[in-house]
Structure formats: structure tokens, C-alpha cells
Design a protein around this ligand. Sequence first.
Ligand SMILES: CC(C)(COP(=O)(O)OP(=O)(O)OC[C@H]1O[C@@H](n2cnc3c(N)ncnc32)[C@H](O)[C@@H]1OP(=O)(O)O)[C@@H](O)C(=O)NCCC(=O)NCCS
Length: 148
Amino acid sequence: MVVKETELTEEVAGQLITLSEEWEKENCCHGYYKNTLDDLKGNRIFLALEGGVVVGYLFGHKEVTDRITSIYDAGTSCFEIEELYVKPEYRSRGIGRRLFQYMETVVSPGVDMLMLGTAAKNYRAILHFYLDELGMEFWSARLFKKIR
Ligand SMILES: CC(C)(COP(=O)(O)OP(=O)(O)OC[C@H]1O[C@@H](n2cnc3c(N)ncnc32)[C@H](O)[C@@H]1OP(=O)(O)O)[C@@H](O)C(=O)NCCC(=O)NCCS
């Protein structure tokens, strides 16, 4: 398995959009819709390839915070992870972790924090992944209860 950063070529865009269509069909994250080319533009893109075939991706971009919060000061450089996805048949083999750790190494020279939001329906598994396996910390969650 190879993990690498790539430019947003037409071919890469097609591969990522196809994978995001599969992600949307899987219906495993609240409110997830497949990407368009505009969603991909302006992001740094990382691919996981198995035998030359893209089986997972991560993309995100750098942001500088404009206000102070309980976890960062104004002016903090953050890498906002927009999406991390591995094809279902390749999961639980460490590919997601390798994509994350590769990205972390590559972006770390110019970035103070990694940030992401998640709407994964399997929230226990995703929190285990990010908190226990990747060393992220928990900030906040939005909960709901249908009463009608
Ligand atoms: C989250 C995801 C990228 C992990 O990829 P992966 O290659 O399976 O990751 P690793 O093998 O490094 O780690 C496996 C861990 O991922 C988590 N995980 C596995 N399947 C998952 C799923 N369907 N949903 C959420 N988390 C999952 C579990 O914590 C698992 O730990 P375990 O093997 O000890 O049970 C992958 O499950 C996925 O693409 N899920 C659907 C899209 C998604 O929810 N992306 C994250 C949005 S923030």
C-alpha cells in the first residue's frame, strides 16, 4: 500500500468523486453528499493506493483562526481535515491511520493544530479511531433527541 500527496488533476478529481459517491450511498454519515470539483479545489489531497488503485483518500486545507476559543488563540494555524474515507472492503487494515499520520507529518511544519468535525453514525467507532488510535482530543458534540 502506498500513501502519497497528489495534485488535483482531472483524473484524481474523477477518482475522488467516484469514491465520494460510494460514501454517500453507504449512508454512514449524517448529511453526507458526494463531492463536486468545487468541493475539492483549494485542498491538499492525500491518496492511499493498493496495486495502483485508489482505495482511500484524505483532503483538507489550512486555516488561520480569527478568534480565541477554549482550545486555541486567535491566529492559530489549523489544518482542517475535510474528508477521510477508505473503501469498506479495505477498512480495519490501518489504511485510515496511515493516511492520517502521513498527512500529519507532511503538514506539520506550518500548522499548530489538526481539526475535524465528524457526523459518522457509528460514533463510538469513529471516536475510538480518532481519540484512541490517532491521539486527537475531544472538543464538543451536538446531540439530538426526537420527541415527536
Ligand atoms: C473512518 C475510516 C476512514 C477508518 O479507516 P480504516 O482504514 O478502517 O482505519 P484503520 O484501519 O486505521 O482503523 C480502524 C478503526 O476505524 C474505525 N472504523 C472502522 N470502520 C468504521 C466505520 N464504518 N465508521 C466509523 N469508524 C470506523 C474503528 O475505530 C476501527 O478500529 P478497530 O479496527 O479497532 O475496530 C473508515 O472507517 C471510513 O472510511 N469510514 C466511512 C467514512 C467516515 O466515517 N469517515 C470519517 C468521517 S470524519
